[in-house]
Design a protein around this ligand. Sequence first.
Ligand SMILES: Nc1ncnc2c1ncn2[C@@H]1O[C@H](COP(=O)(O)OP(=O)(O)O)[C@@H](O)[C@H]1O
Ligand SMILES: [Mg+2]
Length: 382
Amino acid sequence: MTLLDTLRGRHARDARRAHRLDEAEVDALVAGWERAVLGAGFVRTVATVTGPTVIAPRIVHVVLGPPAVLTVRLEPGQTVPDLRALSRRLAPHLGAYGLRVDPIGHGDHARVTLLVADPLAAVVPLSPGPGVLLGRGEDGACLRVEPADLPHLIAQGATRSGKTRWLYGLLGQVAHRADVEVAGIDPSGLTLRPFTGTRHGARQVCGLADLHRVETVLADLVAAMDARLAAMPVHLDVVPLDAATPLLLVVLEEYPGLLRALDAADTKAGKRVRGLVARLLAEGHKAGVRVVLVAQRAEATIVGGAERAQCEGRLSFRTDTVESLRLLHPDADDLAAEHAAAPPGVALVSWPGRPLARLRAPHVPSYAEYAAAVTSTTPGAA
Ligand SMILES: Nc1ncnc2c1ncn2[C@@H]1O[C@H](COP(=O)(O)OP(=O)(O)O)[C@@H](O)[C@H]1O
Ligand SMILES: [Mg+2]
């Protein structure tokens, strides 16, 4: 036997061993899958002469990766969204952090990617692109929206969960848009300060030194909304937006702080301001007015049920209780425990036309960069 034959023999043995290991890994995945879908009830039950028979959706192809990818043939009656909704129950039994579930063909098969780590662990940069970037999902897809297509927004989350940074991202992106005017009330004094002296500054209040002005500015916004509605052409049901009629983005940063200050000064003022905000929420959409309401907890004393229902874009950054999550996402109970430990900038998001999803907000590295994005006249110059 020559040296070459010996080496060839060793190579063949190594290949056979690797093959056996791969087979064992595939077997383990298939067994894990079957236990997981049985446990989660993602099976079809058919009546046979010997009694009911349970049929699990079959794995028809495996790529070991990493990441491992399973191709699954769904049983009649099963859908890809059904499977996706169960992914948090299935993942641990496949030794994965989470699953990404994509349809194949007409949705009769699913591609299931086993994620080894949180896909939202990495910081999302504020990359340029169409519309405004609100965040990136677990599937890597970005949520980008034209300002005119924004719904009313409500963002809640514990202190230092990333609400204000998210707002910096949003405001920094719309500041240079001629078809958007940023208005609003900012008790912190910092979030809207960079707009002072820009074309946006007129309908803004920074800090709470002058509570009377808070009411004046909100009343002015309601009057602008009413004027737009009164002037609306009869053949339209939504005011067309342009530089002359910009989207009025009404930011209510730290809204509970504002209400507390108003209530402490004069309970009637608090009531009037709540009423003005309720009108902006109820009638603003067709008049090109959007409210962005930020609070630690979207509880009833802050936003009543009717106002909350007007906010179709809902973000919950880290919240400590399932009750808080339920306020904005009645369907989020499964995610509550995990979300209590969410890193800053990661939010659960309910959005019109989308299933509830986790999203990582783009990261504005510093206040200075945010301020520069607002004050620069060219987009993305910061
Ligand atoms: N999207 C994000 N990516 C990475 N880090 C973030 C992100 N958002 C916030 N942070 C970090 O969390 C800190 C607190 O965020 P902040 O927006 O001030 O919280 P909040 O307004 O909820 O109190 C920030 O200073 C930043 O260090
Ligand atoms: Mg804040």
